[in-house]
Design a binder for this molecule. Structure first.
Ligand code: AMP
Length: 426
């Protein structure tokens, strides 16, 4: 136990963290381009927030939440997603009183007691955006375009935007009735989960992954035929905007998504050919959620993308992300006096913006040069007794194998210049 992490969690080791930093830098950069500002909410919230905000009959609330009582006997839950938290913060700080729409983004860990497998974890990370205060179908299209923009900048390809409208409570009610009518005779043949969904949330049956259920609902009436005029017009405009923004999409009338709060636009972005966990992001409009959480009647739209899934997909598609800057200079020093001079030099170079590494283990010169090789530094500075006695150091260009003796007083300026790509022989 002491040396094993909890099931469904991951350690992000230094080797992988560079990819995360790069990914996060793209996310923040694109968020700024589209006018979204970061919000950071707590990792845990009052359990009721998710019960109300995500929906009692969702898989997340029914069986996936990490819920616990704190020492004051309050029921708290590790956030399974961040839309409800963002809405809560928006209401708590009365941000709706300012100018609208307000556009937020977040990046951070989410927690779901899911069955772990490749691409599905109990602690995973999401980047998401939420825009509150506008019903504009152009915003729906822009949010989808923004998600695609991120994926494309990262180098992902073969992605499909699946799009649907799940209507408003009005058309949903009508759809629910015809759906229940249609499924009435088939209930006993559905999987156990769907049997439970029949009364509570029949819409979710359309989304079941069970092959048998899929067959049974293949011909079921879809929401498309039941959309009210307003929802139909909105959906039509979203599509026109998507065409204007040159974002290809596929209509998927059975896309309902696992969260209860969606209204009108629902979408999912799927990576083709990467196996079971192919959804790399999804979202939609939630025009009733803010009111449902105790706020004013105000529309909203958002999406979330799974960062582990994005990285997995990048790997499967053979995309290599740029990595962080490498160590530029290694200071190899022999003897106590040289070590001290080396430490001072390292400090000066770092202050000048050069990435420096040096020896802390009192190793032989040979071992230090080996360490420099392993780090693939372009330059190694050798501070040996002989050179120091002459008030100089040896600067070796590792790849070319060339070296030069440089007087100590000139060393820092010389190395800074070299590091910027100067010529050894100048
Ligand atoms: P959702 O909040 O369920 O709409 O999920 C949005 C995105 O988060 C999905 O498209 C996935 O990329 C990712 N995601 C959801 N659940 C998990 C999980 N258990 N492990 C890893 N990624 C997940």
């Amino acid at each position: 136990m002491l040396t094993t992490r909890p099931r469904g969690t991951n350690d992000l080791l230094p080797k992988e963290i560079e990819k995360w930093h790069y990914l996060e830098s793209i996310l923040r950069q694109v968020a700024a381009l589209y006018g979204y500002q970061e919000i950071r909410t707590p990792i845990f919230e009052h359990t009721e927030l998710f019960q109300r905000g995500v929906g009692e009959s969702t898989d997340i609330v029914e069986k996936e939440m990490y819920t616990f009582l704190d020492r004051g006997e309050r029921s708290l839950t590790l956030r399974p997603e961040a839309t409800a938290s963002t809405v809560r913060a928006f209401l708590e700080h009365k941000l709706y009183a300012g100018s609208l729409p307000l556009k937020f983004y977040y990046v951070g860990p989410m927690f779901r007691y899911d069955r772990p497998q490749a691409g599905r974890y109990r602690q995973f990370h999401q980047f998401g955006v939420e825009a509150f205060g506008s019903q504009d179908p152009g915003l729906d299209a822009e949010v989808i375009a923004m998600a695609m923009d991120i994926y494309e900048r990262l180098g992902l390809h073969d992605l499909v935007v699946e799009l649907n409208s799940v209507g408003c409570p009005h058309c949903r009610q009508a759809h629910r009735q015809v759906l229940q009518e249609y499924l009435k005779e088939k209930v006993t043949a559905l999987c156990v989960t769907c049997q439970g969904r029949f009364a509570k949330n029949p819409l979710r049956i359309l989304d079941c992954k069970n092959a048998h259920c899929r067959k049974l609902v293949a011909e079921a009436p879809t929401i498309e035929q039941m959309l009210c005029e307003e929802c139909r017009d909105h959906f039509q405009l979203v599509q026109e905007y998507l065409q204007e923004l040159q974002v290809p999409y596929t209509l998927n009338p059975s896309l309902v998504r696992g969260l209860d709060y969606y209204t009108k636009t629902a979408f999912e972005i799927v990576a083709q050919g990467i196996g079971a966990q192919s959804s790399i992001g999804g979202g939609g409009r939630y025009d009733d959620l803010i009111e449902e959480c105790g706020g004013p009647a105000m529309p909203g739209i958002g999406y979330a993308m799974g960062l582990e899934r994005i990285l997995l997909t990048l790997e499967e598609q053979g995309v290599v992300l740029p990595t962080q800057a490498k160590t530029q200079i290694f200071l190899a020093a022999l003897g106590e006096e040289a070590q001290k001079i080396g430490a001072g030099l390292a400090q000066e170079l770092r202050k000048a913006g050069v990435i420096v590494e040096r020896d802390y283990l009192g190793r032989s010169l040979k071992a230090q040069l080996k360490a420099a090789n392993r780090l693939q530094t372009a330059i190694t500075v050798i501070l040996g007794e002989e050179e120091l006695a002459k008030g100089a150091a040896v600067v070796r260009k590792m790849q070319e194998g060339r070296q030069k003796v440089v007087p100590l007083p000139e060393l820092v300026a010389y190395l800074v210049r070299e590091n910027k790509g100067g010529d050894m022989d100048e």
